[in-house]
Each structure stands twice: as C-alpha cells, then as structure tokens.
Design a protein. Structure first.
Length: 345
C-alpha cells in the first residue's frame, strides 16, 4: 500500500490510451501518514539544479524538487516579463521599395537588438528620446546598377548594388555621448537578417528608436525564442528483454533511449539515455512488448530548455526571472503585512 501511495504521489503514469495522476497531490492532509506541509529544510535538501548544456544562446538544465506551478512561473516570466530593448518607433522619410511602410516597420520591430536593458531607463508616455531611455538607428540605402558586372551575370547581387537590405545596413545614431558612455556594442544581434529587396532607383531612408519593454506588452520584447520544460521520463523494464525482442524494443523509442548489450552471450536491452525519450508510447501499442514496460514521468523533475534570441545571454534570462519572482514574492508578503496591520487597527 505504501509503495502504491508513493508511486501515486511522485509519478505521472503513461498508459496506452490515457495519462493518469496528472493533478497535484502534495498538499497537507492529502494522504494518511504523509506530512506534505511545506518545509524550508526539506526543500533545501531535495531541491537541486543540474546543468546539461550551456552557452550564450541556449541553456538546458534539470530543476529537481519543485512543484509544476513554480516551474511554470519561471517559464512565463522568461517569456513575458524579462525586459529587452526593441525597435518601437520608426520614422520613415522615404520608402520606394515594394514593402509597404507598415509592413517594413513591423519587420524592423522584430529584429533582436544586442543591448543590456539594465543600462536604460523606462520610456514613459510623453518622454522624448534621450541617451538614457533609448537607442536610435538609421537606415539609408539606395539600389543602383553595377556597371562593372559581367555581361552574362544573372545573380541580382552581381547585377545590382545594394539589392538586399539587411541588418548590417543599420547604423547607430548616438544620442549625446551615448557611444562613449555605454560599454556595450549597440547593434542588431545578427547582421544577415533580410529586411527588404531593392531594385535600381528604389531606396529606403528612415530612423528607428529602440526602447525598453517586456513580452507582455509585445512579443518583440520577449528575450527568448522559446522557453519550455518537460517532465523527466522514467522507463522501467519489468522483465529481461532479449534477442529479437530487444531490437524491437529499441525501435519503439527514439535512438539512444534503449541500449543493447551482451549478457552471458545474449543480447539484452537496457535503459540508456532516458532523457531522450519523447513519451510517444509506441511500445504500448505492441502486444508483445507492452506488458514488459512501465512508462512514467517524474512529477518534480523538470527538464528546462531556454533558447535566447541573442539580445540577452540565456543564463542571464534565467537569473533575471529568479530576481523578478523574488520581487513578486516580497511584494505579496508586503501586501499581506499591510492588510493584517490594517485589520488589527
């Protein structure tokens, strides 16, 4: 009975046609003889983060020992509350390309800007652009014929000069002493993002003003290409799977999940890299193998993957989400103390 209760509390069970035990159960009084009240010492003992992959653009790590609500809070904060700099206002002086003004402005707004938002103040309604609350870029480009191109050339990039407008053509227009005051190299994250295509006689002349914002205001301010998590899979072999059945079992999972090794001259299946499993449950559709395997997900073990747009390093995005969540918690506690004091008075 105790083993069954432990399984129910800690695992999400995958069956052929349903997923069981998906609801949270770790609340006080949920189970007899289990004390599920929150305890700081137990949390410190059980909580850990294991980093699997890390660089400026992507980080993958395991967060173990927390509830799904906390994991989801981090995910949502990273998507919509971590600030970045993005193009907000576009002043178009001339645009004779085939791209309409509003479409061009929208495309420019989605270009990720490499700039540390902590160095800038919020741009409030009615404010004017300054070196402390904005960054200004200019784009002045005109297409013309390349008279030195070979007569048999067909590639537009050979025939024309400035046939493609990319983020490389965006030039910083410093406000006051901005270029010297700011240590960062203010620029678009990538230089090869295509903005528009031009032909001889067409030109674009405009200015762009970048301000600080968050993803809940507009998706262009979101610092992540994606921020996701999934539960750690668990695969249990109820009995030895050998010979042809071992090879058949391996084919039911993504490559690398099931390994095969020789034990006493017999090819035997074993669980190799379980985190690669996508939980397709293909093995449960095989009448010969479905009784040999138990598929679960570990309820408090989350595999996080954060991919940055490049505006902010992926590690910094996660650190900032922690800071924001702590700030929210402090504010909530202050509200409770304030209301309690008001009631006492």
């Amino acid at each position: 009975m105790a083993k069954h209760t432990s399984q129910f509390r800690t695992r999400v069970q995958l069956e052929e046609y349903q997923v069981k035990n998906t609801h949270a159960v770790d609340f006080p009084g949920g189970f007899h003889d289990y004390n599920d009240s929150w305890n700081l010492e137990n949390f410190r003992k059980n909580f850990k983060i294991e980093i699997m992959k890390i660089d400026d653009e992507e980080i993958e790590f395991d967060m173990i020992g927390i509830d799904a609500s906390v994991a989801n809070a981090y995910r949502r904060i990273m998507l919509s509350e971590v600030p970045t700099m993005a193009i907000e206002k576009v002043v178009i002086y001339n645009n004779t390309s085939i791209v309409q003004d509003e479409v061009l402005a929208h495309r420019l707004g989605l270009i990720p800007i490499a700039a540390n938002p902590k160095l800038f103040e919020d741009f409030k309604p009615g404010d004017s652009p300054t070196n402390k609350n904005s960054i200004t870029f200019k784009l002045q480009i005109k297409c013309s014929k390349n008279r030195s191109a070979p007569s048999d050339a067909t590639d537009p990039e050979e025939i024309y000069i400035n046939s493609k407008v990319t983020t490389k053509d965006l030039k910083l227009k410093p406000i006051e002493d901005q270029q010297n005051a700011l240590p960062d190299n203010l620029r678009p994250v990538n230089e090869d993002i295509l903005i528009a295509k031009l032909r001889p006689g067409q030109e674009i002349d405009l200015e762009m003003i970048c301000i600080k914002g968050i993803g809940s205001d507009h998706a262009k301010f979101s610092p992540v290409a994606t921020a996701s998590y999934r539960l750690m899979p668990e695969i249990i072999l109820k009995e030895p799977v050998t010979g042809k059945r071992a090879k058949k079992l391996a084919k039911c999972f993504p490559e690398g999940v099931i390994g095969i090794k020789e034990i006493k001259g017999t090819k035997t299946a074993f669980i190799d890299k379980v985190r690669l499993d996508t939980c397709s449950r293909q093995v449960l559709r095989d009448p010969e193998l479905k009784e040999c395997v138990i598929l679960n997900k570990i309820r408090d073990h989350f595999i996080f993957c954060i991919e940055s747009t490049g505006a902010i390093p992926a590690t910094e995005i996660f650190r900032e989400s922690i800071r924001i969540l702590k700030q929210k918690c402090h504010k909530f506690l202050e509200e409770i103390d304030h209301n309690t004091t008001a009631e006492d008075n």
